[in-house]
Design a protein. Structure first.
Lengths: 195, 562
């Protein structure tokens, strides 16, 4: 029976799909229908050409995440979907901070030590501004934001999570399984048609 | 090879799929398609509905009766939006349809052009699969994929939106049916360990109960299920959509499950020690309050749609498989048994239901005709040799409860979506699909008026649909809830109706009104014996309540008889 006492956890959902128009919508609709917020979402081509990888971060209960993953995997053209708890992913985000170049005139030593301590770097210098880039955990990019705030931040942008997972077979192995499953399914289909 | 127009490619694809009957309604964006259809009338018979929603319901009923995917063509914009209700209805009840909608030329996409709607976007949460076709050369492959996805695994609706320029440009045509897709394996491989485990649990059970859903009809597993329950001696109940999988009078049948199902099946669900759910999805209308459901039972769920497993009810063992395949392995492994004592417990509850509900519904001393009476009389006269179609509401529940079904697939109703207005078009589709069995529609005066324009389709196609309006001049089921839960505040449930006999006669359809019980028998005979469509307007008691009833929020064993 449904355990209503469950508490929500952070999950990273990883979805592999064919390269088709509209799939992003179809995937996010599964979250919307369950009234789940998506904390972040990134998509890129995976290590296999023509297969796309979605990394979606959400908070929900363990039993609900299973249902969501099953419903995503049910979508035609979705190859596989998985969910991972925090300890099973290695994740990073990129943050960009645009600040006034004036702060390098007035507080140069402080600002440079903040950048150095944060393991960040100056990405670009332009007319009146400097862009600082930091790759790291969300807590780290947030800390740098807090540290720079006193000098005024003109713009701040942070990417969604990019993540790789600790326990997962290689995508090629899954593709092999999928091809075999499709082939076997076809045999059952033919058996059904002849019976 | 010669090039063909995109619209011809659509029709050639239909012919490749063995589709000789389609449903639809023309409009601007599909004029090119209808133009080519004009030249292929000898191969494809097109049924012109009077509304796109009805066209989709008709295609659905056609699909359910023939076992082939139903095909429906509608235009862009309003044609497509009108079709939405039919699409959702069929998809929720797992019926295979390919719905082709027109679309403005690809150059106009996204510009709010005349009759442009984002059908591809709209279809996403409501269809099994959908695609937008903007090039003629993509038509054949996409159609082949559409038919394969619609009909395989857990069937559903595929929506194809084709832009006008794709229909009017030329392409080479070659067709390959049922393409194997690596992202889609609709028939999972059987896990023999699961089967063995299931057999063990079944053999150890003392009070097992089988729940039969629509999946049994879809998988054509009626015989396999019969062999299974008969060998293991297990009583079974059927969901609304699963009705007709096995005959209603089967000695192991304990009636319909759920909110208005049999008293016995619901009251004893919590006494069972094992529930074997076959091709059903534990809808809330079946389970009632979830944490009061199957309290003493382990649950085995045999189901082809993996996302349904553990969705509503947590299983102890799931068998993700095609039912026919799974049962072909399972039945030889179960022991021959006879749960006589357990089966007899259901009879006790049936007796209570008979005395407190069925007696009043079918042999009433109320001067007003009760809605169950015509159903019962027609059931006796047709002996299960009919296709019974319902609308939604009280008419649906009395038909499901009191018609004695004999043949698989002879009951058409709107289950998941509960679409008022489904009945008349579904009856049309069923009558188009076959002429062997009479098609009898039980509808209410409310639902009938939601798609009554289909009387036009009936006369155009000259189909002998028998329409029984259980006319209480109210929206009966809503009124019943208002009576029970809203202190009889009958808000907006009284209907001032037209004279349905006159309405029918405007279409040249023979009709008769029945107000008194003594007229019933003869009127029904006349309807059944009449060669052609017939409308019987039967005035029934508006205060009848469909009982027994599991009130919303109650558990299955809190079912009420009155």
């Amino acid at each position: 029976m449904e355990n209503t006492e469950e508490t929500a956890k952070k999950y990273t959902v990883v979805v592999f799909t064919e390269d088709k128009v509209g799939l992003l919508n179809r995937i996010t609709i599964v979250f919307t229908r369950r009234h789940l917020n998506i904390d972040s979402l990134t998509t890129s081509e995976s290590e296999v050409k023509g297969i796309f990888r979605y990394t979606i971060v959400t908070k929900c209960t363990p039993s609900l995440i299973k249902k969501v993953v099953d419903q995503i995997e049910k979508l035609t053209e979705v190859l596989r979907a998985f969910s991972y708890e925090e300890e099973d992913v290695i994740a990073q985000e990129v943050a960009l901070y645009k600040v006034s170049s004036d702060i390098f005139k007035h507080d140069r030593a402080v600002v440079e030590s903040i950048i150095k301590n944060a393991n960040a770097r100056v990405l670009d210098r332009g007319q009146g501004y400097v862009v600082i880039e930091k790759t790291g955990f969300k807590s780290e990019t947030t800390k740098l934001f807090e540290d720079l705030k006193q000098f005024g931040i003109l713009q701040f942008a942070r990417s969604g999570r990019v993540a790789v997972t600790k326990p997962m077979k290689e995508l090629e192995a899954y593709l092999k399984e999928l091809n075999e499953a499709a082939e076997k399914s076809n045999q059952i289909r033919k058996w059904k048609l002849s019976n | 090879m010669e090039k063909v127009l995109g619209s011809e490619a659509v029709l050639l694809s239909l012919i490749e799929e063995g589709q000789d009957t389609i449903f639809g309604y023309p409009g601007g964006a599909v004029i090119p398609l209808y133009d080519r259809l004009y030249l292929k009338q000898d191969k494809i018979h097109h049924i012109l509905a009077r509304h796109e929603q009805a066209a989709v319901h008709e295609a659905q009923a056609y699909a359910q009766i023939t076992g082939k995917p139903g095909v429906c063509i509608v235009t862009s914009g309003p044609g497509a939006t009108n079709a939405i209700t039919g699409i959702v209805n069929a998809n929720m009840d797992s019926v295979p349809l390919v719905v082709i909608t027109g679309q403005v030329g690809s150059g106009f996409l996204g510009t709010d052009a005349f009759q442009e709607t984002d059908v591809f976007g709209l279809s996403m949460p409501i269809a099994k699969w959908s695609a937008q076709i903007t090039r003629a050369e993509d038509i054949a492959d996409t159609m082949a994929k559409a038919f394969y996805i619609a009909v395989s695994g857990r069937p559903g609706v595929v929506v194809l939106e084709i832009t006008k320029d794709a229909l009017t440009s030329e392409t080479y045509f070659s067709y390959k049916k049922a393409p194997v897709l690596r992202s889609y394996a609709p028939y999972p491989e059987i896990n023999q360990e699961e089967i063995a485990h299931a057999a063990e649990m079944i053999n150890a059970s003392e009070r097992p109960l089988v729940l039969i859903g629509h999946g049994v009809l879809i998988a054509r597993a009626e015989k396999a299920v019969a062999e299974f329950v008969e060998k293991a001696g297990i009583p079974f109940g059927m969901t609304l959509m699963g009705l007709t999988s096995l005959p209603s009078n089967h000695p192991l049948c304990i009636g319909m499950l759920g909110m208005h199902g049999s008293y016995a099946s619901n009251m004893l669900t919590n006494k069972a020690d094992l529930i074997i759910a076959i091709g059903m999805r534990f809808s809330d209308r079946v389970t009632g309050k979830l944490n009061g459901y199957a309290k003493n039972a382990k649950v085995i769920h045999i189901e082809i749609d993996k996302s349904e497993i553990d969705k509503n009810v947590q299983t102890d063992l799931s068998v993700h498989a095609d039912l026919k395949t799974a049962l072909s392995f399972l039945t030889p492994m179960v022991e021959k048994k006879n749960h006589k004592q357990w089966r007899a417990e259901f009879d006790k509850y049936y007796q209570m239901e008979y005395q407190q509900v069925i007696q009043k519904d079918l042999h009433s001393d109320n001067p007003l005709i009760q809605p169950g009476e015509p159903v019962d009389i027609i059931s006796q006269k047709t002996q299960g040799n009919a296709i019974v179609v319902t609308d939604v509401g009280q008419n649906q529940m009395v038909a499901a409860r009191y018609y004695g079904f004999k043949l698989p697939g002879t009951f058409l109703t709107s289950g998941g979506l509960g679409t008022m207005g489904f009945g008349l078009p579904a009856a049309v589709g069923a009558a188009i699909a076959q002429r062997k069995l009479p098609v009898i529609l039980f509808t209410g005066d409310g639902g009938f008026q939601m798609n009554e324009q289909e009387l036009g389709t009936i006369i155009q196609e000259k189909i002998p649909v028998k329409i029984v309006i259980l006319n209480n001049s109210v929206l009966g089921m809503v009124r019943q809830w208002q009576n029970m839960f809203n202190n009889k505040r009958y808000s907006q449930t009284d209907l001032i109706n037209p004279d349905f006999v006159t309405l029918a006669s405007a279409y040249g359809i023979k009709a008769q009104k029945v107000e008194y019980r003594h007229q019933l028998n003869e009127a029904i005979d006349e309807m059944l014996n009449f060669n052609g469509p017939y409308l019987l307007d039967i005035v029934v008691d508006k205060d009848m309540k469909v009982m027994p009833f599991i009130a919303p929020g109650s558990a299955v064993d809190e079912m009420k008889l009155s």
